[in-house]
Ligand binder design. Structure first.
Ligand code: CAA
Length: 289
């Protein structure tokens, strides 16, 4: 694959664009308008400046990487793309509208994919022009650092599509886990109940934020505790995913913790809003309870 299109210039979309460009491919980056796509590219530049400061990348390499990312105003140029990766907000109606629009320009040999964290691939494939060339391609945050991509074929996905995206993922230097199209796939099926349970523990006063996180960092050797990780992922995204698990399985073990719902209602969404379980407005994060 030589040319990749990424839809969504947020945390995940820009991480994907950076990683793809770092591996020598051309990336077209779109969002709801050109300004947002350009802001996404500017965020990649900021990440590269940090890496240069730490001696991890040469200036010439960073410049070449950035030159391979082209922000675009609409999907028309995506007719040139070998693979389109949707990495927009985790809402099914938003993603479906994107597939309807991107499907109109999709080249006859190209693949349409979704970076969804949990929404069924088989269902969303109905919004693509050819479900045989539709697949889940789930990256982890921060994309340039995390070593895994989940590949999720839907019921109608052709084996050739699975083989091509698996080769693409490995070409990015990532390991691949193949998952059936079940709620939450593999990793989020395990991660989200853990995060949700941590919020239940906090809500019922079993332990405070710092002790819950310390328990998992030191007791399980996780790099971040579950509440810190929830803030990192975004509490709205966590709630969206646990709700998908709850609604699709109808199993009460996935009901969202009431405190998680309250935080999202308050607009306390984690790092991106400046406050979640920790306050991020100062030098270093401070627990809020
Ligand atoms: N591009 C390239 N490299 C980058 C980078 C970027 N944008 N940002 C950071 N790095 C590199 C750094 O240079 C550093 O490299 P070295 O180890 O070689 O020095 C390394 O990544 C670690 O970065 P930092 O030193 O800044 O930070 P850290 O050591 O505190 O680690 C972390 C940060 C990698 C995020 C670590 O805390 C971690 O692994 N946390 C857990 C992350 C996780 O679980 N992610 C999955 C979330 S779930 C998800 O994404 C799926 C979903 O659907 C919800």
């Amino acid at each position: 694959m030589r040319t990749i299109a990424v839809i969504g210039a947020g945390q995940m979309g820009t991480g994907i664009a950076q990683t793809v460009a770092a591996n020598g491919m051309a990336v077209m980056l779109a969002d709801i308008d050109l300004a947002r796509a350009e802001a996404g590219k500017a965020n990649v530049e900021k990440a590269l400046v940090k890496l240069m400061g730490r001696g991890k990348i040469e200036a010439s390499e960073a410049e070449a990487l950035l030159a391979r990312i082209t922000p675009v105003a609409d999907y028309t140029p995506f007719a040139e793309a070998d693979l389109i990766i949707e990495a927009a907000t985790e809402r099914e109606e938003i993603k479906n509208a994107i597939f309807d629009a991107a499907g109109k320009v999709l080249h006859a040999d190209s693949i349409l994919s979704s970076n969804t964290s949990s929404i069924p691939i088989t269902r969303m494939a109905n919004h693509s022009p050819d479900p045989a060339r539709f697949i889940g391609l789930h990256f982890f945050n921060p994309v340039p650092v995390m070593g895994l991509i989940e590949v999720i074929p839907g019921l109608a996905t052709a084996q050739a599509t699975t083989d091509r995206v698996t080769a693409f993922a490995r070409g990015l230097g990532k390991e691949v886990v193949l998952s059936q199209d079940e709620p939450g796939f593999v990793v989020n099926r395990i991660l989200l109940p853990m995060i949700n349970e941590a919020v239940f523990l906090l809500g019922q006063g079993t332990a405070g934020i710092e002790d819950i996180d310390k328990g998992c960092r030191l007791g399980l050797n996780h790099p971040m505790g579950p509440l810190q990780l929830a803030d990192f992922v975004g509490l709205d995204t966590c709630l969206d995913i646990i709700n998908v698990l709850y609604r699709t399985t109808r199993d009460s073990k996935y009901r969202p913790a009431p405190l998680l719902v309250k935080y999202v209602e308050a607009g306390w969404l984690g790092r991106k809003s400046g406050r979640g379980f920790y306050d991020y407005t100062g030098e270093s994060p401070v627990p809020t309870r």
